[in-house]
Write a protein that binds this ligand. Structure first.
Ligand code: ARG
Length: 460
């Protein structure tokens, strides 16, 4: 007979390579606290319904406290022969409290146990990540407030388009992370469902009280179907998709920071404490943190894809393939959490170079649309105004000057509707201030958006 907990029907010992190959303890040991919590809830419930005596349940709960302590102090060696965290905890419990420990697994399976542990762990990661995301949003709101009046050349197609408030640009990220936070909150509802009680797949012959366990563990619902309960990893795929979206947002942000800090842009500087140098080029200061965040996003996308492919071929119910869910999932949770946090630490030290941004906006004919809108207000249909301004831009470009430097006579030659008041319209400040409606870039609107965002953040 094999020495394994499940070894009764085995005539030969496990091949050593197989033992190492099938073990997951190096990855799932991080579920230790959740595993013990779940086991304690299960034991208490078994005590309440009379499957265990009250003193047996108490002994198990107390023994599990000791196991938790030993693991926290790194006193429990992890070995491949015990496969995973569930077996480590159970076997150590039995060493500590004796044969009563062998009763813990009554009416349950590792299949519903691991699903329970992973849901508990995911729930707490979501809560932590939400705090970090809120902090990042607050950092952006603060930055927006500081830079409301800073004028940035807004780009489309990477070409100068229209001037915008740098604060308005910051607030765009507040919205992106707001949707991310909402997605996580929504996913949390589907994470927070108790699988325990499904046992291996079909349920158990013991008179269990699943709602009692749910209440003890803070689950809002109990999984309806035992087969679904043990085989479902939708919550992992869903959270991974949400994490991917956050990673993509962070990557876009990182890309902007990298471009803006490059010499041809020169729009910003990042703090020395968040940049690194070159081993050969003494002059270098590189935005490596932003680059690594951009790079991490590729990994997170890969984690999502790995999980989707892991699930797509699996028949109901539990298959050992599922053991592979944790490494990628934990990786994505770790990478995204760290990226959000480090971004939140770096951004308060961002310095803008308003004069450089201004110069780029001025060189790029960023107020051409304002001139077209001006002509529309004087009665010209927009499409005709577009054509007039196009000619004005060509004219200015030939002389290598901005629209605001074109003499009035020359502008009037293009359209008699143009008057002295046009020069106000052609300023960057005038362009911003004119977009004065909900969602527009006028400083007044950006300030109002900041107030709304702060109120929203204070409520959450
Ligand atoms: N370690 C496994 C996992 O992570 C849980 C154990 C289920 N194993 C089993 N033979 N049914 O999914």
């Amino acid at each position: 007979m094999s020495e394994k907990m499940w070894g009764g029907r085995f005539a030969a010992a496990t091949d050593s390579l197989v033992e190492a190959f099938t073990a997951s303890i190096q990855v799932d040991s991080r579920l230790c606290a959740e595993d013990i919590r779940g086991s304690q809830a299960h034991a208490r419930m078994l005590g309440k319904v009379g499957v265990l005596t009250a003193s047996e349940a108490e002994a198990i709960v107390a023994g599990l406290d000791q196991v938790r302590q030993e693991i926290a102090e790194n006193r429990l060696p992890f070995v491949d022969s015990l496969e995973d965290i569930h077996m480590h905890v159970e076997s150590r419990l039995t060493e500590i409290i004796g044969d009563v420990g062998k009763k813990l697994h009554t009416g349950r399976s590792r299949n519903d146990q691991v699903a329970t542990d992973l849901r508990l762990y995911t729930r707490s990661c979501l809560d932590d990540l939400l705090v970090s995301l809120r902090h990042l949003q607050t950092v952006f709101v603060d930055l927006a407030e500081r830079e409301v009046e800073t004028i940035l050349p807004g780009l489309t197609h990477m070409q100068v388009a229209q001037p915008v408030s740098f604060g308005h640009h910051c607030m765009a990220y507040v919205e992106m992370f707001q949707r991310d936070a909402q997605r996580l909150q929504d996913a949390r509802k589907r994470v927070n469902v108790l699988p325990l009680g499904a046992a291996a797949l079909a349920g158990t012959t013991f008179p269990i009280d699943r709602w009692d366990v749910a209440r003890q563990l803070g689950f809002e619902a109990v999984a309806e179907n035992s087969l679904d309960a043990v085989s479902d990893r939708d919550f992992v795929m869903e959270v991974l998709a949400d994490l991917t979206m956050i990673a993509v947002h962070l990557s876009r942000l990182a890309e902007e920071l990298i471009l803006w800090m490059s010499a041809p842009f020169g729009f910003i500087d990042l703090p020395d404490s968040f940049c690194t140098g070159s081993s050969i080029m003494p002059q270098k200061k590189n935005p490596d943190v932003a680059e690594i965040i951009r790079g991490k996003s590729g990994r997170v996308v890969g984690d999502l894809v790995a999980m989707l492919v892991l699930m797509k071929g699996q028949p109901l119910t539990y298959n050992r393939d599922n053991q592979e869910d944790k490494e990628t999932f934990f990786d994505a949770l770790d990478q995204v959490r760290t990226s959000v946090e480090i971004m939140g630490r770096m951004l308060p030290g961002l310095k803008t170079r308003p004069q450089v941004m201004r110069a780029q906006a001025e060189r790029g004919y960023a107020t051409a649309t304002d001139l077209a809108d001006y002509l529309v207000r004087k009665g010209l249909p927009f499409r005709d105004a577009h054509a007039v301004v196009g000619k004005a831009v060509r004219c200015a470009q030939e002389r290598d000057i901005g629209l605001e430097a074109m003499p009035l006579d020359d502008l009037q030659a293009l359209s008699p509707l143009i008057d002295q008041d046009v020069y106000q319209v052609l300023t960057l400040e005038g362009s911003l201030a004119a977009r004065n409606h909900l969602g527009g870039t006028a400083p007044e609107q950006v300030r109002a958006a900041i107030v709304r965002a702060r109120a929203r953040l204070a409520q959450e």
